[in-house]
Design a protein around this ligand. Structure first.
Ligand code: IMP
Ligand code: MG
Length: 173
């Protein structure tokens, strides 16, 4: 596709997702609920839970939809809940998953929502981390890849709702 340079190929992503799943299965309890942040984390969650199965974990799956990033490459910094927080999470042990942690606001907001619902232990996971961009302190327990301050798309992540379908992650140029 024009204007996009491959940063992580489908094969590199698959290998990293498998390794992450093995680490998660080894470290976290078995009665885990994976909570993905829509829409960006949908593709990652779909692959991660099947990798978790191969690592003999049996997670439940839920999603929370947060307000979109906007249509620009710059976050609006106004995170909002769209729809509902899944019911029945009180006391549950949750692995919260996003595609990318950038300023940290989205995942921090979702973690606060879940804690407010009285969940048990909480861990966080992101396929991509942009540590240079952090504005809100938030612990990410499992990270796929750390990247520089570049705008990426593909494998669930978008630029103005485009590119989510790409099997790889690319840098827009
Ligand atoms: P944060 O709230 O600033 O941490 O932003 C996180 C959200 O912004 C993620 O859920 C992503 O969906 C989106 N995002 C951050 N950086 C990028 C990017 O480079 N490409 C596409 N989406 C991004
Ligand atoms: Mg997102």
């Amino acid at each position: 596709m024009a204007g996009i340079r491959v940063l992580f190929s489908a094969e590199e992503i698959a290998a990293r997702v498998d390794a992450l799943a093995a680490e998660i299965a080894r470290t976290l309890p078995d009665d885990l609920v994976v909570v993905g942040l829509l829409k960006g984390a949908a593709v990652f969650v779909a692959d991660l839970v099947r990798a978790l199965d191969r690592a003999r974990a049996r997670p439940e799956i839920e999603f929370i939809r947060l307000s979109s990033y906007g249509t620009a490459k710059e976050s609006s910094r106004q995170v909002q809940l769209l729809g509902n927080v899944p019911a029945g999470l009180a006391g549950r042990r949750v692995l919260l998953i996003d595609d990318i942690v950038d300023t940290g606001r989205s995942i921090a907001y979702a973690a606060a929502l879940l804690r407010h619902r009285g969940i048990g232990d909480l861990w966080t996971c992101a396929l991509l981390d942009k540590p240079q961009r952090r504005e809100v302190e938030v612990a990410i327990d499992f990270i796929g890849f750390s990247i520089d301050d570049v705008f990426v798309a593909g494998y669930g992540t978008d630029y103005a709702e485009k590119y989510r379908h790409l099997p790889y992650i690319g840098v827009l140029e």
